[in-house]
Design a protein around this ligand. Structure first.
Ligand code: CUA
Length: 164
């Protein structure tokens, strides 16, 4: 074999090994798991035992960044709560978990559109600035009751302090 050919072959093999080592180390380094970072997991069988999802609905937030936490439990074929009122102008952290299969969580006429997968908590941070009724629909086919799976968010006038 020609000398240069040998050199180039070892360069090729060497870079492949380096590549695999980097990939292998970064895959498990710093507690990384195959799931993307920043994703919260939850056992679908114990969703209702989680303090947040035991009493789904609107709760005042302890987080400076938000006014409220809004929790929804999705299950075939409904959302809990089936209706919720939110004061206009609220900064809300929306979190949804499913107890069974994959559901969708789309709030019509907003940017909120999440897939709700068993084992994961889906999160969306948003402001509800416009008064109105917003329909929540399931946009992932989940069974015979799929089309009936809805809920409603009512953004209501927040009261005197926020009015101009
Ligand atoms: Cu739930 Cu479709």
């Amino acid at each position: 074999m020609h000398k240069f050919e040998k050199i180039w072959m070892s360069v090729g093999t060497g870079s492949l090994i380096i590549f695999l080592v980097i990939l292998g180390v970064s895959a498990v380094h710093a507690g990384h798991t195959p799931a993307a970072s920043g994703i919260e997991t939850i056992n679908p069988e114990y969703v209702r035992e989680d303090t947040r999802f035991a009493e789904p609905g609107l709760h005042e937030s302890e987080d400076e960044e938000f006014d409220y936490n809004l929790y929804f439990v999705a299950s075939a074929f409904s959302y809990e709560p089936s209706e919720v009122e939110i004061p206009q102008g609220s900064r809300v952290k929306v979190q949804v978990a499913t107890t069974d299969v994959v559901h969708g969580f789309q709030v019509v006429n907003t940017n909120i559109n999440m897939m709700v997968e068993p084992g994961l908590v889906s999160t969306y941070n948003t402001n509800f600035d416009t008064v109105g009724e917003y329909l929540i629909v399931c946009n992932e086919y989940c069974g015979v009751g799929h089309t009936d799976m809805t809920s409603t968010i009512k953004v209501v006038d927040g009261g005197a302090e926020d009015n101009e």
